[in-house]
Design a protein around this ligand. Sequence first.
Ligand code: SAM
Length: 223
Amino acid sequence: MAAALPWLSAGRTVIDLGAGYGGSARYLAAGHGCNVVCLNLSETQNATNRKLTGAAGLADRVSVVHGSFEDVPEEDASFDAVWSQDAILHSGNRPRVLDEISRVLRPGGDFVFTDPMQSDTCPPGVLAPILDRIHLDSLGSPAFYREELAARGFEERSWTDLTEHMRTHYSRVAQTLQGRYDEMVSRCSREYVDNMLRGLDHWVTGADRGHLAWGIFHFAKAA
Ligand SMILES: C[S@@+](CC[C@H](N)C(=O)[O-])C[C@H]1O[C@@H](n2cnc3c(N)ncnc32)[C@H](O)[C@@H]1O
């Protein structure tokens, strides 16, 4: 993803939407010298992010902001790039998130992201087991992002299709969880771990059936 932004350097500004623990922000700030705002809805993750960022000596370049990517608490046109990894799927209103991305990005700025998506050929209804578990009505798709971003004046720069990683990722998480089953049920509940294993299996099945898509999208906002 960083390779899509070769101009990243000191003084440039990036916002990471749904930044989790801020690993990407520290990578960008340390490796490229840019300033990164981590926006995230979880105060628990934000506290861990601040601790890790402080320990890395990057607090002057990485700031952690509590908030939702459906209502970004930042000025219009204030970022050179919007970055997001595997977070936008959690929104029940993705068009609103794309409006916010368009608003905070400066003209000519870049939007680079990954998101677990349904494939463009996914038949209706088949993802219900996946969606029910994460309390969503839908997933985005490559076609959805292309259409919605084109309507907002964005131009597609690249799509790196890495869909085969979906099966690898979810099956390896399941294997690891299964391998540490006793330890994990002692730390949460058996019901939680069993539900998690069933949920992971739905993602693996969805990937095997060609219903899912994942990769790196890069769009540029009109100058
Ligand atoms: C799968 S995690 C990905 C975290 C991080 N981007 C990474 O790749 O490690 C999804 C993240 O989205 C965040 N998130 C979910 N809904 C959000 C919202 N409406 N606004 C901001 N962050 C949100 C969650 O708190 C979580 O950190």
